[in-house]
Design a protein around this ligand. Structure first.
Ligand SMILES: Cc1cc2nc3c(=O)[nH]c(=O)nc-3n(C[C@H](O)[C@H](O)[C@H](O)COP(=O)(O)OP(=O)(O)OC[C@H]3O[C@@H](n4cnc5c(N)ncnc54)[C@H](O)[C@@H]3O)c2cc1C
Length: 459
């Protein structure tokens, strides 16, 4: 019978930083990190090699493997406690900020650039005032930008450091958690092997959130609803958003729509970046990247409307998937539309897009009509937000602006956890995006550190 001190499920930032914390503080621990994807060098997406449509690999190399969803991400580290997750629900703001600084230093140690964007208080305060005059709230956030192209190297350096101290099992999927008489014992893998340990850290990310939800239901754990965020990715000439992106690399702006009083927010701004497709278990959604060494003429950002559904409805993920599927159904993938066409009640076509000032960086999006896909309420909210944004960055609400749909962010369920991120089962912790604790690289990493430190205390 194989026994460990700690088993960690998932080698995304949450699992990796939990492992790092454990090995740094106590070299003698028997720790294993179990990952259903591949090691970083073996992660390749067929789409990147050949211009083909998604072959729906059994495990998506873009989301699974060493580094998790973060490996090919844009690597924007949000250094403020009010961005990228919900850790302040569990721990006070000061502690979260101290932990963010700690984790950020580790990222720098492993190769993140030293430059931090958005640390000019005078310019930020000026922008905050302009935003508030126009009905927008600016959430100041400092950003360190690793860049998609550098993330892999950083992850390899971390791996090298913990290689001999943590046993890492790749292409091993955890099937279930073994509980006996209410006590945690170990895990069972899909290949039938069982491993036992004193502590378990569950860090399966968004990729594994459905699995985690099913396990939680089987074990009778309390689940709380999270919102679903639905919206579009907006692409404009980079110069249009420069008044914002020069001051704060990632302008986080919140707007409450006039008609519906819905929360609309900017998300994942990519100055000089490109729009990309994302394959989420059977559906194509849209996302964005920017590279440290490669620039386009455009800037893209998501506009997302957050909805908390009320009882009896409790399937926000299915709802979000349904809307994204509609876009796939009508456009055979992601749909792109000029804002002017949307406002004039007509679809975009290749020739209309070709005439526009903004040329799409996502070349295989289908010109179409998003009003057939996105519910009226969301579309109305997004149009109001574009008008508000236009007042602080003129040109955003131009007829040439491109809208890609659909961008959906699933935060699935939220697991009931203690302040130390322990589940209702003693010695079983849940961290990162999977249990709804975080939604970004930094807070997921911090959550791993929180669980690891609690375990070290108990050991
Ligand atoms: C395209 C893209 C761009 C992004 N850009 C940014 C950005 O710029 N800045 C930012 O802060 N955030 C960004 N994010 C979000 C960020 O990547 C995530 O918030 C972060 O990776 C979450 O970390 P995690 O460890 O919780 O989960 P993940 O990174 O998702 O890792 C979870 C791991 O667990 C594994 N796993 C799941 N279930 C099992 C199982 N049953 N058995 C074994 N292994 C399992 C998965 O294969 C995966 O490797 C981006 C995400 C994407 C997809």
């Amino acid at each position: 019978m194989k026994t460990y001190d700690v088993i960690i499920v998932g080698a995304g930032p949450a699992g990796i930083f939990a492992a790092l914390e454990l090995v740094q503080s106590s070299g003698a621990l028997r720790t294993t990190l179990i990952e259903k994807g591949k090691d970083i060098d073996q992660r390749t997406c067929p789409l990147k090699v050949k211009n083909i449509s998604c072959t729906t690999c059994s495990e998506c190399d873009l989301l699974s493997g060493w580094g998790g969803a973060g490996a090919f991400s844009d690597g924007k580290l949000s250094l403020s406690s009010n961005v990228g997750g919900f850790l302040t629900r569990y721990t006070n703001k000061e502690t979260v900020q101290t932990l963010i600084n700690y984790v950020d230093n580790m990222y720098v140690k492993y190769g993140a650039p030293k430059t931090v964007f958005g640390n000019n208080p005078e310019a930020i305060s000026k922008l905050e005032k302009i935003a508030s005059k126009n009905g927008l709230v600016l959430v100041p956030s400092q950003i360190r930008h690793i860049g998609t192209d550098r993330c892999g190297h950083l992850l390899k350096r971390i791996k090298k450091d913990i290689n001999n101290k943590v046993e890492t099992l790749f292409q091993c999927e955890v099937d279930s958690i073994i509980i006996e008489r209410g006590q945690y014992k170990g895990i069972k893998m899909k290949n039938g092997n069982e491993l036992f340990s004193r502590f378990l850290i569950l860090a399966p990310g968004r990729e594994g959130s459905r699995w985690l939800e099913e396990e939680a239901k089987k074990l009778g754990l309390t689940l709380l609803n999270n919102p679903v965020d639905i919206g579009v990715r907006v692409e404009v000439p980079a110069s249009v958003l420069e008044p914002l992106t020069c001051v704060t690399y990632e302008p986080k702006l919140i707007f409450y729509s006039k008609r519906f009083d819905d929360k609309v927010r900017t998300f994942c701004v990519n100055p000089y970046g490109e729009v990309v497709k994302e394959y989420l278990k059977g559906i194509w959604t849209v996302n964005g990247h920017s590279y440290a060494d490669r620039k386009t003429n455009n800037t893209n950002l998501a506009l997302l409307v957050s909805t908390y559904f009320t009882e009896p409805f409790d399937e926000p993920i299915s709802y979000g998937r349904y809307i994204a599927q509609l876009a796939n159904f009508l456009g055979k993938g992601v749909i792109v539309q000029r804002l002017g066409d949307l406002m004039n009640g007509r679809r975009s076509t290749q020739s209309r897009i070709a005439k526009g000032i903004v040329q799409p960086t996502l070349k295989d999006a289908t010109p179409g009509d998003l009003s057939f896909v996105i519910p009226y309420r969301y579309l109305y909210d997004i149009m109001e937000m574009l008008e508000a944004l236009d007042r602080i960055a003129p040109g955003v609400n131009s007829r040439h602006t491109l809208l890609y749909g659909v961008e959906v962010k699933f935060y699935s369920m939220r697991l009931k956890l203690t302040d130390n991120l322990e589940t209702e089962i003693d010695n079983v912790f849940a961290v990162g995006d999977g249990p709804g604790v975080s939604r970004g690289l930094i807070q997921s990493s911090v959550s791993g550190v929180i669980a690891a430190r609690e375990i070290l205390k108990r050991l």
